[in-house]
Design a protein around this ligand. Structure first.
Ligand code: SF4
Length: 112
């Protein structure tokens, strides 16, 4: 498959996206793999546990610089997928995954 036919991480779920200048980072969440460990909610205000499902959900999928560190912490701490994590933070300007980045090369580590 040619490079330009692949979906860009920054295009996923961007229908109502705020301007990149305001919220340069986007969260891609593999919700179906969450098992409710709750580490994300301890690490970042952006993450809360849904009382009905017992699973995590982000308050916002688009975040600014001020929220970045806490969300990186949540992404890094998430133990799902054998520790690889299911909270993905993508820099919308470069399409690089900046956390948890288990491959260490900025590629999106989502298993759809
Ligand atoms: S840390 Fe990961 S597995 Fe645990 S609740 Fe948050 S998203 Fe789900």
């Amino acid at each position: 498959m040619s490079e330009d036919r692949q979906q860009r991480p920054s295009d996923i779920g961007s229908a109502d996206a705020p301007p990149i200048e305001d919220k340069p980072y986007k969260i891609i969440f593999e919700a179906n793999k969450c098992f409710g460990a709750g580490r994300c909610a301890e690490a970042a205000d952006n993450w809360e546990m849904d009382i009905e499902t017992g699973l995590a959900k982000p308050r916002s999928f688009f975040i600014g610089e001020d929220e970045l560190d806490a969300n990186i912490k949540a992404a890094t701490l998430c133990p799902a997928k054998k520790g690889d994590g299911i909270i993905h933070i993508v820099d919308r300007r470069t399409d690089q995954e900046i956390a948890p980045d288990p491959h260490g090369d900025g590629t999106l580590s989502v298993d759809w």
